[in-house]
Ligand binder design. Structure first.
Ligand code: ADP
Ligand code: NG1
Length: 470
């Protein structure tokens, strides 16, 4: 019989104030006691922005902030969702009729993505229902992956509830690393039900993170390798306090589409079967050349002026109808200009930066913190100028961070708002935190003073877990 896996902890709930509070709130909401709890962390991406969906490796760490769900499987077929935050209203639905409206990124849809992912993957029908109380402390729409933490948490909740119902109340599912990889892949796929076409970085680190180490996440096949971050430095997250919901806008999917189109045009230029190619990494792999070569090929094959849909059709020798139905996503149908040169330049150069960053961490020379900082600064410049996913507040915040002692600072996550991550020498941390707090958050006009701490040091945390009451 499978024992509790590495992702399961038996805990005395009374010893964990957040679990205890959630248990009490659950009891007053549903009139019963949760059978188990699941947590899934958010993440900060140290380097490798907007390249996971192009097939390239990224280097995130899980953060302490997470999504926590108290759960009671029930005999009816109803899923009842409640949230400790009154911004997120109660919701209930039949477990056998999951509908996710792509036009409305309401909170419960992220839960349903995780639920549906497991349901479909295992071909389950007639699932039992559950009562769930969700408690999240990841700043939403801020590039720290609150949405994926919720999807992953819901996926693990569903799997655990399923395990319990199959084993008549006893938890018998063993969650090995292979299962965690599978879960990450299921949740990466199912989060796309929300309408955004993300890569798999967020779900992978949420399941595969381990305390004390960053992870190089590689795709096809998905795997995570430890990367030891330098001991003399601290990674600090600062929130610009500009929120950007990916699913409510088309910015994110436009970038995904531009990368897909760039990959196809580059493939056609190199006489590859362009219609089979979806990602920029595939072009490099098929050609068997270096990232530097791909940067040169981009300069030869693409032009910096934006491409119109008509020009793209001419290059690929397809009709506008084919472009719309076979390549563009629903919310990029009306885009008039695609910047293919700039996006490909960003992706190939950022992929190279990730590898340089990882190699430096592994070699660990004396001046590594400064060199890592330079790479992070280059990443921000490329996100700002070539990928155009920054915003004035983020640009200002990275400047403030560098001014007060960061060796490097960059936007993290999808961008257009959200957080920065900075590498700060450990001895400068106290003054850095105080000065950034004052310069960015305590503006003389009193505007934009955040309610919660918005500049804080972080270190690599662990991945998703199931808690059972001892
Ligand atoms: P992120 O970069 O944080 O993943 P997104 O804009 O993709 O940002 O997703 C944010 C959405 O995730 C929110 O609008 C909300 O629907 C959901 N979400 C985030 N935190 C919570 C929470 N504590 N409870 C419920 N839903 C949440
Ligand atoms: P966040 O920061 O969670 O919006 C998004 C994508 C990632 C990745 C980054 C940019 C999702 C769920 N997440 O992250 O896959 O592409 O942007 O590096 O789409």
């Amino acid at each position: 019989m499978a024992a509790e896996g590495p992702a399961t902890r038996r805990v005395q709930v009374a010893e964990y104030p957040r679990l205890l509070k959630l248990k009490e709130m659950f009891n007053s909401k549903f009139g019963s006691i949760p059978k188990f709890y699941v947590r899934a962390p958010g993440r900060v991406n140290i380097i490798g922005e907007h390249i996971d969906y192009c097939g390239y490796s990224v280097l995130p760490i899980a953060i302490e902030q997470d999504m926590l769900i108290a759960v009671e499987p029930v005999k009816t077929h109803t899923i009842q969702l409640a949230n400790t935050n009154s911004l997120y209203p109660d919701f209930s639905t039949s477990a056998n009729n999951i509908q996710i409206d792509k036009t409305k990124p309401v909170w419960h849809n992220y839960f349903l993505c995780g639920f549906k992912g497991i349901q479909e993957h295992f071909g389950l029908s007639n699932l039992t229902g559950m009562n769930c109380l969700v408690d999240g402390n990841i700043p939403p729409s801020s590039g720290l992956s609150s949405s994926s933490a919720l999807v992953c948490c819901a996926g693990l909740v569903t799997l655990t509830a399923l395990g319990m119902s199959l084993s008549k109340g006893r938890y018998e599912l063993e969650l090995t690393q292979r299962h965690q990889v599978e879960l990450a892949e299921i949740c990466a796929k199912s989060e796309r039900y929300i309408g955004t076409e993300g890569g798999g970085m967020d779900q992978s680190i949420s399941f595969l993170a381990e305390e004390g180490t960053a992870k190089l996440i590689e795709f096809s096949p998905l795997r995570a390798t430890d990367v030891k971050l330098p001991s003399g430095a601290v990674f600090v997250i600062a929130n610009s306090c500009v929120e950007m919901n990916k699913a409510a806008t088309s910015y994110f999917n436009i970038r995904v589409t531009e990368c897909r189109l760039a990959a196809k045009l580059l493939a056609k230029y190199k006489n590859l079967p362009w219609d089979e190619v979806l990602r920029l990494e595939e072009v490099q792999a098929r050609l068997g050349v270096s990232l530097e070569d791909m940067l040169l090929t981009t300069e030869d094959a693409l032009h910096p002026e934006p491409y119109s849909p008509e020009e793209i059709c001419r290059c690929l020798e397809i009709s506008l109808e084919q472009l719309r139905t076979q390549i563009l996503s629903p919310n990029t149908q009306d885009v008039l200009h695609f910047k293919l040169y700039q996006r490909a330049k960003h992706v190939y150069s950022e992929a190279a930066r990730v590898l340089r960053f990882k190699n430096l961490c592994e070699e660990a020379p004396d001046n590594v913190v400064q060199l890592l900082g330079e790479i992070m600064n280059q990443s921000h410049a490329s996100c700002r100028d070539m990928y155009e996913c920054s915003c004035p507040e983020l640009d200002w915040l990275v400047d403030v961070c560098r001014q007060f002692g960061a060796e490097g600072s960059r936007l993290t996550g999808a961008g257009w708002g959200g957080c920065t991550v900075s590498i700060v020498p450990a001895d400068k941390l106290p003054s850095f935190l105080a000065n950034v707090q004052e310069a960015y958050y305590q503006r003389s006009d009193g505007s934009s003073v955040p309610q919660t701490p918005s500049v804080f040091a972080t270190k690599p945390g662990g991945g998703a877990l199931v808690f059972l009451e001892a």
